[in-house]
Design a protein around this ligand. Structure first.
Ligand SMILES: [Zn+2]
Length: 817
């Protein structure tokens, strides 16, 4: 299917102006398809254009009363000729429900057989729901009507009213882009509230009724606090009427910012115990999506190259506002450990790109850039910008941008102009270095006779002069800090800090975006000093520096392992524990270092920490999950399932599955045990867990079954597909899975024909044979990346996998592991 190019979009936007969409959906036509009738009123300056529509069957198209031949539909496009200055286009179609999370997704709950639907129009999936001119800068008001089963609830961008049993009419919306038009329909359970004149609700499947009732208050509280904060900050009232938050099944992303009706993945309605980090993540997601109501929805980028600005802005605001205005105050720790690490890796890959790309890619290819750079680097750079401009200038520019582009579209250049009007100077140079140039500087500290010298080195591939506002921390043997604020705007800057301190940490407050390197004395003192450093953000800066130095093959991974083992007995942050366990799992064990005996040491350290973690605490849960992942003590795991878990640890459905997954990996359970667990937990979540467990079994037939699902099943739902990929590879099963390494490269390209959109790249990434650390695989993967007949999303996933493999080979070769 051809994807819209920027030139095509510009031509159409110049020729058309859309007055309104009337969309009428009939969701009562069975399980496979739904009816979709769209009336578009628009003006045209020329006589031809094209319509976007991706139906199962295009039934009729009428332009200004005259029929258009539906046989002209070609690959989602229908050419229109004979346009007048004012036009009315009526399109009647039958559309397919989707199972890949895009278009109008339909999902049947395994727990009770109830069916649920929701619309996901992002990025180019709108035409799978209604006929439209699908590009972000052809905005128009929508009036939507929906026919559904009488017992269903219907929500959308405008306030929904049931006018007769099963018939709903939604209030006319302000002008919307096609990519955030949605409808949520099904027998959802709804809880309503109100704040400051805004009607609020949360909805989820009936089988999540109990957890939704439990969690609603927390979600509403964060929602209300965030509305107040944004109203104060932007001085512009939320313009979309009601505000519904729908927690929907099998959602690919974390959430989607549809105006008035945000959709979230429903794992955020916690049915089992979660860590504080997971609660904080949900709060941040709520705040993030709300930021988009202004930045993204009220003002929308003109073309997809500026999508970064939506995401960087929402990511920055999510951390800032949830820290300042809600009870969730550990967000910058989470940002440092998790989000930033994601972006730092992305910015060093061969696929790196500027935060602000030129408008050259087509719509679908723009999705590839929707990564750790667009989110985390962009947010870190906006944080630098707010510090560079001063917060008053930063916010004044943002306010002016919203007001002057209300319900319209804008580019990054328009926003720069607003910041300049607000008083920013020399912003073009700043933006050129930080936003238009990829890559990141390396910042290191060295000791002189009288102080500390801070050095900045730009990457040779992407030279630029980036000014960094940061703090440098000096720590004594007891972990006590002395910090100095520094503007690093030259290649070397002297810092007035006692050179005899035990540890020197550049960017101790995690304010900038750079590779941080510690000097040899600091590294030597680190194992004893790091556990005494109070500030969680600073500990994250150090861990990121270690992770990055090891990934660059500059530092022996055994030193990183030693620091990790030294930290675990003292670490009190569940975010930090979760990050260290994840790093050990994804990078250290079976990748940079052999799986054994290091696995055993991690398991021992976690078992010991489990003995000291407070019963019932979030920390206890994070440690327990880590222990389960690494232990080979089958008897202990079995006893946990049979009432012998540590005090305070709730053996709820999700933790039981986590234990069963490890037992499956160890070959201590089989299909019958997995079936028995599925009888205890008959939910859709249970089905996904069971799929992961089955793929993890160390038996040839189990691997073949999972592989067949991954590579050949066109109907598997997205979450089950991901679970099969996640369960498949494991460093303790290398021999068993060896035949599938080559099969991956032979078969993965074919999955593009089975599935579409987001799922294709995600499953290619998750199914990549990560633990096959061999030069031969680098070559095999590089050939696939160079083959332009393979889908771009698959090549991107494989390319990122190769980058990781090359690093692992370099680390192994440098340190002889
Ligand atoms: Zn977002």
């Amino acid at each position: 299917m051809p994807s819209l190019t920027v030139d095509g979009a510009r031509t159409r936007a110049a020729a058309l102006s859309v007055q309104s969409y009337d969309v009428d959906l009939d969701l009562t036509q069975g399980e496979r398809t739904f009816g979709s009738t769209t009336t578009i009123r628009f003006t045209a300056s020329g006589t031809t254009t094209w319509l976007d529509v991706k139906p199962d069957e295009l039934i009729s198209v009428t332009l200004n009363g005259a029929p258009v031949d539906v046989a002209g539909l070609n690959d989602g496009r229908l050419e229109l000729a004979g346009l007048q200055s004012d036009n009315e286009l009526v399109v009647v179609a039958s559309m397919l429900y989707s199972h890949d999370g895009e278009g109008l997704h339909r999902s049947v709950d395994a727990a009770d057989g109830l069916a649920y639907t929701y619309g996901m129009s992002f990025l180019d999936a709108g035409p799978r729901i209604f006929a439209c001119f699908d590009q972000p800068d052809l905005k128009a008001p929508y009036r939507m009507k929906v026919t559904a089963r009488p017992e269903w609830l219907v929500l959308g961008n405008g306030a929904a009213t049931q006018v007769s049993p099963g018939r709903w009419e939604l209030a006319e919306t302000p002008p919307l882009s096609t990519y955030f038009v949605t409808v949520v329909a099904g027998p959802y359970h709804q809880i309503t509230d109100e704040h400051d004149g805004i009607a609020l609700s949360v909805v989820a499947r009936q089988s999540l009724k109990e957890p939704l009732e439990r969690e609603a208050e927390d979600i509403f509280t964060v929602t209300k606090q965030s509305f107040d904060a944004y109203h104060r900050m932007f001085g512009y009232r939320y313009p979309f009427g009601e505000y519904h938050q729908a927690f929907v099944p099998e959602f690919n992303a974390g959430a989607m910012e549809n105006p008035g009706c945000v959709t979230f993945r429903d794992s955020m309605v916690f049915r089992s115990a979660v860590t504080d980090a997971e609660r904080g993540n949900r709060a941040r997601t709520v705040v993030h999506e709300m930021a988009h109501q202004w930045f993204g929805d009220t003002v929308t980028m003109t073309w997809w190259n500026d999508l970064w600005l939506n995401e960087s802005f929402a990511e920055y605001m999510a951390h800032r506002v949830s820290t300042d205005a809600t009870d969730y105050t550990d967000n910058w720790i989470d940002f440092a450990f998790i989000r930033k690490w994601w972006g730092l890796q992305a910015d060093q890959r061969s696929s790196t790109h500027p935060v602000a790309a030129d408008p050259v890619k087509d719509a679908l290819a723009s999705l590839d850039d929707f990564d750790g750079i667009s989110y985390a680097k962009g947010a870190a750079v906006l944080k630098q910008l707010a510090a560079y401009l001063g917060d008053d200038v930063f916010l004044a520019g943002v306010r002016a941008h919203i007001v002057s582009n209300e319900f319209g579209n804008a580019t990054f250049g328009d926003l720069l102009a607003k910041w300049t009007e607000a008083g920013a100077v020399d912003l073009d140079n700043w933006a050129g270095a930080w936003l238009r140039t990829p890559g990141l500087d390396t910042i290191s500290a060295s000791r002189t006779a009288t102080g500390i010298k801070l050095s900045r080195i730009a990457p040779t591939a992407y030279p630029a002069s980036r000014p960094h506002k940061l703090t440098v921390g000096g720590y004594d043997a007891a972990g006590q800090a002395t910090t100095v604020d520094v503007l690093l705007d030259a290649d070397e800057v002297d810092v007035p800090l006692d050179p005899s301190v035990a540890v020197v940490i550049p960017d101790a407050g995690d304010d900038t975006w750079a590779k941080i390197r510690l000097d040899a004395d600091s590294l030597a003192n680190l194992p004893s000093v790091l556990p005494k450093i109070e500030d969680g953000v600073t500990r994250a800066v150090v861990l990121n520096s270690l992770r990055d130095s090891i990934a660059d093959a500059e530092l022996d991974p055994r030193l990183g392992f030693e620091v990790l083992i030294g930290m675990l007995p003292h670490e009190t942050s569940d975010i930090a524990v979760g990050t260290m366990v994840g790093w050990a799992n994804m990078h250290l064990l079976g990748f940079y270092l052999p799986y054994e005996p290091y696995r055993g040491h991690v398991a021992e350290a976690l078992a010991a920490r489990l003995g000291t973690a407070p019963a019932g605490s979030s920390l206890q849960l994070a440690v327990a999950r880590g222990y389960v992942r690494f232990t080979d003590e089958v008897d202990v795991l079995r006893s946990w399932l049979n009432g012998g878990a540590p005090d305070g640890l709730a053996m709820d459905a999700d933790l039981r599955w986590t234990v069963l997954l490890q037992l499956a990996r160890l070959g201590a359970v089989g299909d019958a045990d997995i079936d028995a667990e599925l009888e205890r937990d008959t939910s859709s979540e249970g089905v996904v867990h069971a799929t992961r467990c089955r793929a993890a079994l160390p038996a040839p037939e189990a691997k073949e079954r999972a592989w067949t699902l991954i590579m050949t099943d066109p109907d598997v739902a997205n979450y089950e597909l991901y679970a099969a990929c996640e369960g498949f590879w494991h460093p303790a099963q290398l021999e068993l899975t060896a035949p599938y390494v080559d099969r991956y490269f032979a078969e993965i390209a074919g999955t593009e024909k089975l599935r579409s959109g987001w799922v294709v790249a995600s499953s290619a990434k998750l199914a990549f044979p990560r633990y096959a650390v061999e030069q031969r695989i680098v070559e095999r993967a590089s050939d696939l990346v160079a083959d332009d007949s393979v889908a771009a999303g698959i090549r991107r996933s494989v390319g990122d996998g190769v980058d990781d493999l090359k690093r692992a080979l370099a680390v192994r070769s440098a340190f002889g592991n």
